[in-house]
Write a protein that binds this ligand. Structure first.
Ligand code: AMP
Length: 553
């Protein structure tokens, strides 16, 4: 993990202020390497993937070079696509928010050229654009390159792949000799080498060493979650997974603050750790976390360093980490001391590149799972209630209310109605208010259910109650089994039995829904008869049982 703070990279105060406001806690590996070298005026070859923070690695030194009092183009950033040009320009505005006189424009093909003329005439100091359109402006004289001090080729390999070689060469040849050049590329090949040879001046090659890292004993998955749905999905997963201790990792201090506030507002025992939390406070938070008074710790990578707590059940990557190594550090906090840990990563849009990068590093796939629905969470809460009531009954600790119960019975209410009313009251009292989110309408194509699969040997391991859908496309039938939770049955037993004794073809079992006294199991319609016959004399956990077609199906 990189430990150099932003303040040691030689960046001017207004840029540090913007970084602080964005809540970036520390530079990513490529930023820590590239910024000081660029600030010293050297040319750079940065071999770096999207998602590594490479944009800020070149935008920050570029902004540091600009004289905002001169209204002439001073920095030129070349990008392969219009989308990337827009994104990079957005990052320029974010990182340059404390430079009031900064004027940066994106220039790309397919947009009206007239508006671009005006923006360029208006005295843009930084131009981000695609090679074709930029060359067009250069030829027409609307872009004057005579005062360019720095030029950046972002995704140089892709620009070459897209056939921009001639445009790039013609343009680079017209820039002042004295300029500084930064070549960023995901890969190195002959084409890129040729460009560097011709247009670079003793460039320093910067590359992040990638050790192959492994993470064992941690079950990993990812969810596709939009930024605005993250809190809701986090809460659903916390309810479903019911961890004793969980850590939620965010990439910025700002995100840590926002996430903690949202969790507290919804009644979760959460607290935060980031670089602005004082040492004294940090000790207190960690102590409370260790004791279980705080169950959800929201933290940045830096702040979580050195936390030595063994019983963390689950790690959430609320944001995908910048460096795969951070991912490994993060999820290594669970699954310690022989426990099986769980790690969840929220991914959306561009994050997918970062996830793929991580998958390459750890040489493992991190499967995508379907966001659990509110109903699944409700079912789970109902289960927890049921278990709690049963435990009380078994422990015999429910005395002291006889007078009230007698009165209700005298008023003609049955014992079942009274118990039902109490269940409802309890449920209302323990329920947190969930929200509908866009992810609830995710169509097919997503896989798996809400909870973690803990039985590696079972391709279809159901969770306690609600089960995921299978890959089988034919009609499904519902079977009724007269054993349920009160008989100590769990879904895993049923899966094993239906596949083995019930002769249901592998991978075709559908939902399994456990009720207190019975269970509904979905099997392919075409094997109902065979399965009923095969199971007619079977026993489950030593008990004979009855299985038949569900009448309500
Ligand atoms: P990039 O690889 O440049 O596309 O950046 C990926 C994402 O990381 C962008 O959304 C940036 O806003 C964010 N980012 C860049 N640098 C940092 C940092 N030092 N700390 C936290 N987030 C960052």
């Amino acid at each position: 993990m990189n430990t150099t703070p932003f303040t040691e990279l030689g960046l001017p105060a207004p840029l540090l202020e913007a970084i602080e406001e964005l809540g970036y806690e520390r530079p990513s590996a490529i930023q820590a390497m590239a910024i000081p070298v660029a600030m010293a005026g050297h040319d750079i070859i940065g071999l770096s993937q999207t998602g590594s923070g490479k944009t800020a690695a070149f935008v920050l030194p570029a902004l540091a070079k600009i004289d905002v009092n001169r209204r002439k183009p001073q920095v030129l950033i070349l990008c392969p696509t219009r989308e990337l040009a827009i994104q990079v320009c957005e990052d320029v505005h974010r990182l340059g928010s404390k430079l009031p006189k900064l004027h940066a424009v994106p220039v790309y093909g397919g947009a009206p050229i007239g508006r671009q003329f005006r923006a360029l005439e208006d005295g843009a100091q930084l131009i981000v654009g695609t090679p074709g359109r930029l060359l067009d402006h250069m030829r027409r004289g609307s872009f004057d390159p005579s005062e360019i001090k720095m030029t950046i080729l972002d995704e140089a390999d892709r620009m070459l792949d897209m056939g921009f070689r001639e445009e790039m060469e013609e343009m680079l040849a017209q820039l002042p000799e004295s300029r500084q050049t930064m070549f960023f590329s995901a890969t190195m090949n002959r084409g890129v080498e040729g460009l560097i040879k011709r247009f670079g001046k003793n460039p320093q090659m910067l590359q992040i060493e990638r050790k192959a890292l492994t993470v064992e004993s941690v079950e990993q998955r990812h969810y596709e979650v939009r930024e605005r749905s993250k809190v809701e999905v986090l809460c659903r997963l916390l309810d479903l997974e019911d961890p004793r201790l969980a850590i939620v990792f965010c990439n910025t201090k700002k995100a840590v603050d926002e996430c903690t506030e949202a969790l507290l507002a919804r009644g979760y025992p959460a607290d935060r750790l980031h670089g602005d939390v004082t040492q004294q406070m940090r000790e207190r938070v960690l102590q409370r976390f260790r004791e279980g008074k705080v169950e959800v710790l929201v933290a940045t990578d830096v702040a979580a360093r050195g936390i030595d707590i063994e019983e963390i059940d689950i790690v959430f990557n609320y944001d995908v980490p910048q460096d795969p190594e951070d991912y490994v550090h993060r999820i290594g906090r669970t699954g310690r001391a022989g426990r099986s840990g769980r790690a969840v990563t929220f991914v959306f849009g561009r994050d997918l590149y970062r996830l793929q990068n991580i998958e390459r590093t750890i040489r493992q796939k991190i499967p995508r799972h379907r966001v659990p629905s509110q109903e699944e969470v409700e079912d789970r809460r109902a289960d927890v209630l049921y278990d709690a009531v049963r435990d009380r009954l078994e422990a015999g600790s429910f005395q002291g209310h006889e007078a009230h119960i007698e009165r209700l019975l005298d008023q003609g209410h049955t014992a079942t109605d009274i118990a039902g009313a109490l269940f409802t009251l309890l449920r209302e009292a323990t329920s947190t208010k969930g929200q509908s989110i866009a992810e609830d309408n995710a169509g097919p194509g997503t896989v798996n259910g809400g909870k973690f699969d803990r039985s590696d040997s079972q391709p279809h391991r159901p969770d306690r109650n609600q089960e995921r859908s299978n890959s089988y496309a034919g009609d499904m039938a519902k079977l009724f089994v007269n054993l349920g939770k009160t008989h100590g049955i769990n879904a895993k037993d049923l899966v094993g039995m239906f596949y083995r004794e019930g002769q249901v073809p592998d991978g075709t079992l559908g939902h399994i829904k456990l009720f207190p006294r019975h269970t509904i199991v979905e099997v392919p319609e075409e094997c109902v008869e065979k399965t009923l016959r095969a199971l007619s004399k079977a026993k489950l956990r030593g008990k004979p049982f009855m299985v038949k077609r569900d009448k309500q199906a």
